[in-house]
Write a protein of this length. Structure first.
Length: 246
């Protein structure tokens, strides 16, 4: 009989943390980090268009460190930043990043065995790509938790560095419209939507989100329509998923 501890791991699982695992995590993440450079540069250009300084770009990329949330936040950004526009940015970023609660919970069986400092340091660098590769490692029987930190560090450096490059590129462009960069944000999110489409089951939540967003844009000032549309679509999607499970 295989015994399990309170975290669901078998008693013979040996959770480790080594420099070799950290380096292997970095190497495994190289293709994904290179693929994400374009997104970071695009965000940096958009940040420049929104009026963010180099220091603000560094702080947002380094502290928020969430590409999808940063793309949404930059659409809500105004210079100077009005008091009424801060709350939608905070709430929108929170909602977009709520998925990390689930991702972190999935890692708990292994990371709960580490010293808290190693756990919290590693989790700061969590990303969707890093989580997916690490979970594959664990499912295949490898238990070196430094793999997660190594991959996360590389992605972090790539993201922050590419957003700074994008900011500098934006400085060199006097007329973004001439280069078609006024359409960059729309193009990025169209690409994200195509990648997220899972079939006809997504049609109703997306339609509700669009209707609520358009209605809110007409009735409410500011950028609350983004938040309200996202909440409405998420609620419909959650209800549909719950009924399907039952």
């Amino acid at each position: 009989m295989i015994e399990q501890d309170a975290h669901g791991c078998t008693t013979n699982d040996q959770v480790t943390w080594s420099w070799a695992g950290l380096i292997r995590g970095m190497r495994s993440m190289v293709p994904l980090a290179l693929g994400g450079l374009t997104d970071g540069i695009v965000w940096g250009v958009l940040a420049h268009q929104a009026g963010l300084s180099l220091i603000e770009v560094l702080l947002m990329s380094g502290l928020v460190y969430a590409g999808s949330a940063q793309f949404l936040a930059i659409t809500l950004w105004s210079v100077p930043l009005a008091a009424g526009s801060i709350l939608p940015i905070i709430v929108t970023t929170l909602i977009v990043n709520l998925r990390y609660l689930l991702l972190g919970a999935a890692l708990r069986p292994w990371f709960a065995r580490l010293h808290p400092m190693r756990t919290y340091l590693s989790l700061f660098f969590m990303s969707d790509e890093n989580w997916a590769l690490t979970m594959r490692e664990f499912m295949e029987g490898r238990r070196d938790t430094a793999f997660f930190l190594g991959g996360g560090l590389l992605l972090f450096v790539a993201w922050v560095g590419s957003t700074v490059i994008g900011k500098m590129v934006g400085l060199a462009i006097s007329d973004p419209v001439q280069w078609g960069l006024d359409f960059v944000f729309t193009a990025v999110f169209l690409t994200l939507l195509v990648g997220m489409w899972k079939g006809k089951s997504d049609l109703l939540p997306w339609a509700v989100a669009a209707i609520v967003a358009v209605g809110a844009a007409r009735l409410l000032p500011g950028s609350w329509y983004i938040l309200l549309g996202g909440l409405a679509g998420s609620l419909v999607g959650a209800i549909k998923s719950d009924k399907h499970v039952k």
